[in-house]
Design a protein around this ligand. Structure first.
Ligand code: SF4
Length: 170
């Protein structure tokens, strides 16, 4: 299910509040302004041996002085540059869900392993029950799994982060 690039979760148009999971084009996330989107990254993408980041209740905090080149830093910078309302480097699905509930985005780009993505599907159902404006999720699975020093196709994530952003320039 997760091996084929992006998939999207959204409230089905004809169902009665059920969440549907389906593949779709990037156009599904494009209509949402970046100021209404958040980026969720898995903490396992950080370089475990050298990362100076520290965990807080809201996820991994990268010190401004960090000069290491890593996927988390690059993807975070890209999302901030597009005007995203938030980025969370989460240490698990519960933390990511808390972030989504707190920020109430309309669109979520999520990068995680297959287990966490499955958890995100459950989280989407929870947010649906709390908030009828269920966010749309664009999910990118990790390319190399394993909980530590994982990898993702950054080009694919960047494409998802930037999808449609040019439409929302003022
Ligand atoms: S940018 Fe990367 S290496 Fe630096 S603190 Fe953040 S996660 Fe760690």
């Amino acid at each position: 299910m997760w091996d084929n690039g992006l998939c999207y979760i959204r409230r089905g148009a004809r169902d009665k509040g059920e969440i549907t999971v389906e593949y779709g084009s990037r156009e599904d996330i494009a209509p949402i302004s970046p100021s209404d989107r958040v980026l969720l990254l898995s903490h396992c993408l950080r370089p475990s041996q050298t990362c100076p980041g520290r965990f807080s209740k809201e996820g991994l905090v990268c010190p401004e002085s960090c000069e290491l080149s890593c996927a988390i830093g690059r993807l975070r910078t890209a999302a901030v540059a597009q005007g995203y309302k938030g980025v969370c480097v989460a240490a698990g699905g519960a933390m990511a869900l808390k972030f989504v509930i707190a920020h109430r985005p309309r669109g979520v780009i999520a990068v995680a392993c297959s287990n966490e993505l499955a958890e995100a599907v459950r989280a989407a159902k929870t947010t649906a029950s709390l908030n009828k404006d269920t966010p749309r999720y664009a999910m990118v699975p990790l390319r190399q799994d394993g909980c530590v020093d994982t990898e993702v196709d950054e080009a694919e994530v960047l494409e998802a982060i930037r999808a449609g952003c040019e439409r929302h320039l003022v």
